[in-house]
Design a binder for this molecule. Sequence first.
Ligand code: PLP
Length: 479
Amino acid sequence: MSSWSTSPSSPQRFGAPLIELDPGSDETLQRQIEAELRQAIRSGRLVPLSRLASTRTMAADLGVSRGTVAAAYDQLLAEGYLIARRGSGTVVSPTASSIAMSAVRATAAESLLKFDFRPSVPDLASFPRAAWMRSIRTALHALPDSELGYIDPAGTDALRNALARHLAVNRGVACVADDVMVVNGFAQGLSVFSHALSARGVTQVGMEDPGSFSSRDVIRTGGVEPVAIPVDGEGIDVDALARARLRAVLITPAHQYPLGVVLSPQRRQALIAWARNTDSLILEDDYDEQYRYDRKPVGALQALAPDRVVYAGSVSKTLAPALRLGWLVVGPDLRREMTVIRKHLDCSTPTLDQLALADLIERGDLDRHLRRTRKLYAQRRRALVDACARYLPEATLSGIAGGLHAVVSLPDGDEDEIVAAALRAGISLTGLRPFAIESTHPVSLVLGYGNLPAARIDSGIAALATVIARAPTVSVTDS
Ligand SMILES: Cc1ncc(COP(=O)(O)O)c(C=O)c1O
């Protein structure tokens, strides 16, 4: 059965049935519809701005009640996968997931993309190619034949040693090489962590609201359900976390994603006390603390309670996401089971890449690169602040004391309409809504400035201001 229609702007053909309902499944029909739609969006089979059939048509096609389809649509609207648009019914959100965004890239829209303000991308042109090449050569040259076999799933000694020193010096992490597990980026670390929770019978994990929608997706694939915990000006609300009676939480304490709040000293203490009193675990995502502008560095939370906190990081913001290199720092209690889970996933991270990163760190090239790029991002941040003051004087900027993105809040307007209109004008960005689970917020845009030169930031914000001035202000839900 196929219940899809598409907007004129995305003339796709859906030959195969995209929703298969299994009457014998333990899942309700609504949950099955939600899961199939989510999967179609994540896999790119449903591209951004594709129009869904009306609830009436979809219900008739699938042989279910209209209320069941409406409830599934509502859930996906709340999760940010879908948006409701005046005159076009329900469409796939332009920012439904990074995979959906890759599908946008693959369409003709990509060639029309003029300004890429998507968050979470560093300056790709700054990747230290010469230094990386030298480290790859050195690693290959030094690699004995005996090390070309299967290796320890936790990583090579060389990289675990280099990372242990680097994290202790740069982030104050309390660790030795044995505590370090090399993974393929934070995403895999999170997947391993959620599988480990699942194996311990932990079925829910607290997540910051608003927070990373990609992390929520990864957690679900590990068999654990995210539970929304609000964030305020001091970071995650620890009282709300305690009331939720959970056994685990994922947080971004140094620069909350996406709001940019720093977890206050009181909350850090309260969070550790909560973990100790309830025998719970904290996963610390230290995703972009290497970049801060007008505030003091904040050390890793992990150092306060290495037995309660699993620390996670990657090179995705410092070097490039394409390297897929990351790390976990795990205490002895969890280490064995997490190493086994990781081994079952994909054996290990490629040895050569690990050795190259170890060499890059030991030579001091990573630190040099960080010093260089910090200056670059400080200029780009300045350019964003100035451009917003010039072209969007009514907007409020927040979360800019560190990191590579800013939250730009507007006095009015319709967030989804602005994001969709910006995309049509060749400006790619994200609204705050996809990050929210239950939280509400003013109309806000999350603008990444890491991968755009200062002059492009200025013209991009000027173009965005024109889009905002023209965007309609209300949205209407599907009938
Ligand atoms: C909140 C957050 N943490 C971590 C990461 C890094 O993920 P990875 O190391 O898998 O590229 C990202 C990337 O976008 C992110 O948004």
